[in-house]
Design a protein around this ligand. Sequence first.
Ligand code: GLU
Length: 290
Amino acid sequence: MPPPVFRFAPSPNGYLHLGHAFSALSNFGLARRTGGRFLLRIEDIDATRCKPEFEDAIYQDLGWLGIAWETPVRRQSGHLADYRDALETLTAQGLVYPSFESRAEIARLVAQKDAEAPWPRDPDGAPLYPGTARWLSLDERARLLQSDMPHALRLDMAAACARAGDLTWTEDGEGPEGETGTVTARPGAWGDVVLARKETPTSYHLAVVIDDALQGVTEVVRGQDLFWSTSVHRLLQALLGLPQPVYRHHRLILDGSERKLSKSTEATGLRELRAGGVTPVEIRRRVGLP
Ligand code: GLU
């Protein structure tokens, strides 16, 4: 049996905090205990928010925690062609369409719908796509594309679900409501998700699925905040004929007021803690690791 492959996949859009430490140490520890491999992946698709200094800090902070990873590190920004190929495969299946509303227009449409009846939200709490671009005539679509109008490429969720059929995943960890074992994927809860935009040529969902497959990742160990994203990941894996890893979602590290940590919370930032004299052993203790 080939060894299991784990990965920690941070986005360099801020400094790492205790939550990242927990996730990285959990992955690294599991890889060590199972004779597995540990990969680090830099998810730097969003060029507007990712910065080289945050990426440098990731290497420093993880090294300080005693974590070692294989090189070269995969940086998503260097592999845009892989994501483009996947998008083309989905497009060829007739599952992708362009939508042309601006963010402001979408907000206005949602407010309008909400005034009639609460418009559905996705598992992250964001409103589902309220637009009608899927029903544009081919001529109208071609005209808008030719006019160079900014657009997003969306997954036709209903068609995608119909094509993929029922899907499940194996959960070795736990979802927010204790879901574990064989979990039924509910991709429809996300609506017509964006797969690419003009300024970001792939979405998180598409890139993560392609990378996990290309890197041979067999165990996805990550925070419970991404639990229901797995529904979309399973759908894309099925549509693209990719293998499915086992998932192990872990508890989140919360701040004193029981809120999820954010990258801007200085009190729990690894650099601040290090500068304040906290040791890696103390970090393990604070996140509840032996
Ligand atoms: N890049 C994502 C994040 O920083 C994590 C992706 C994943 O583990 O699937 O939240």
